[in-house]
Write a protein that binds this ligand. Sequence first.
Ligand code: DGY
Length: 356
Amino acid sequence: MWNISHLRALRKLPSAEFHTCSRLGAMKAAGKHRARVYVSRRIPPAGMEILQQSGICDIDQWDSDDPVPREELLKKVAGAKGLYCLLTEKIDEEVLKAAGPSLKVVSTMSVGYDHLSLEELKKRGIRVGYTPDVLTEAVAELTVALLLATSRRLIEAAHEAKSGGWGTWKPLWMCGNGLSQSTVGIFGLGRIGEAIAKRLKPFGVKKFLYTDVTPRPEVAANISAEFVSMDELAERSDFITVCCALTPETQGICNKKLFSKMKSTAVFINTSRGAVVSQEDLYEALANGEIAAAGLDVTVPEPLPLDHPLFKLKNCVILPHIASATIETRNAMAALAANNLLAGLQGEAMPREVPL
Ligand code: DGY
């Protein structure tokens, strides 16, 4: 069972993610009027302990591993001062209206905040916390794992091994594409893109390319990456990994146009948000051999229906949105989201606040 002492002992977690005892004491002393907080899911223990021990809030929680039904969320958020939510809850005008003027802070246990209507939040002066940095390593690690599983056909090969498809050793059977001497294109060079490149480099990658809204020379210098246009990224890359945020500009940006410019041997990986990709166009590109394979940790919708055409393709590896799923990381995300919420409730600087 994980508790706060376990988490404090974790080397990698920034100390800012944890309240010190003295700060907790001050918070308790100041907390004569406890704020009502709604937590929209059962969350990792580190987050819950921080909220409970703060002594400044009354916690109402949807105590389940499954998402809170929308009607329940609308009912329970009414009159809350703080909302602790996950990426599965759309926090839009309807929710904010249901919450009413008492709501001062929304804290999401995610780095992505495309599920939050920032405009509506800003209009109401509601502050927003999120959880960058603490998941970078886990997401980068999973991205590399997915890339290798996809390019070296691990899922397909393992299935063949246990279902009778493994005959004698054959020179051309189950061949994929290796990373050695390859060119890797990163779409969206932020913390996660950089961390992926650092992990891929030892596999012998020859060249890193990246595209983004604008060049990011400081980050690019760390991985010797060259800034190119989206078209050039498509044309020159052997592997493309999508690490951008979902915004109106990136919605559906990985589409027919991109896939048609990619090499027929190229591998496409997405661990950002499903909506960045046109799944219909991706299906066509994979089924028609325009690109070699795709690995997706994110889809639209989630979960992807079992009868979805992408599930029928051998050259498409689909994971159920698990990029940040290590115990340490999920606890660190929960703790950071809790501390963001508490800081927001008290009108203090949040450890990680979304600038509105
Ligand atoms: C996030 O935090 O936005 C990720 O998608 C979940 O790990």
